[in-house]
Write a new protein. Sequence first.
Length: 157
Amino acid sequence: MTVYSFYIFDRHAECIYKRRWLGRPASTGRPTSDTQNLNPAELARKADDDAKLVFGTVFSLRNMVRKLGGEDDSFISYRTTQYKLHFYESPTNIKFVMLTDDKAPSMRIALQQIYVNLFVEYVVKNPLSPTEHPNGLGVNNELFEESLEQFVTRVLS
């Protein structure tokens, strides 16, 4: 199984963390190198645009599922021919989104483990970490990032 990217959104719809492991899946099914020739400012803007598109997709699909199925139904994932998007919302309205290859099993438990074992332990319980992330100030915690990298490479591979 391949993990393409991972996003965390706060309760104000701000992307507070994003991590990309491979390039975006192309129409051929292989990752592209479309970010190779971009300068750092363009690369950051492209990453922000991607995060906004991911959140907009999740927001729209989640609302559609609730309108069609009622409040008890929840949006978990969707699949295309190129990738699969997995979604988990914590009790505190922190949203976790993971993009994987289209053959991946459900990552709901993995996202819940990331929330409980990594995010809560290294970000929420950290007295130096801000409780709110205004103006795009995101999660900047080395222990969280290292643990997430280990989790994705060892557990999900």
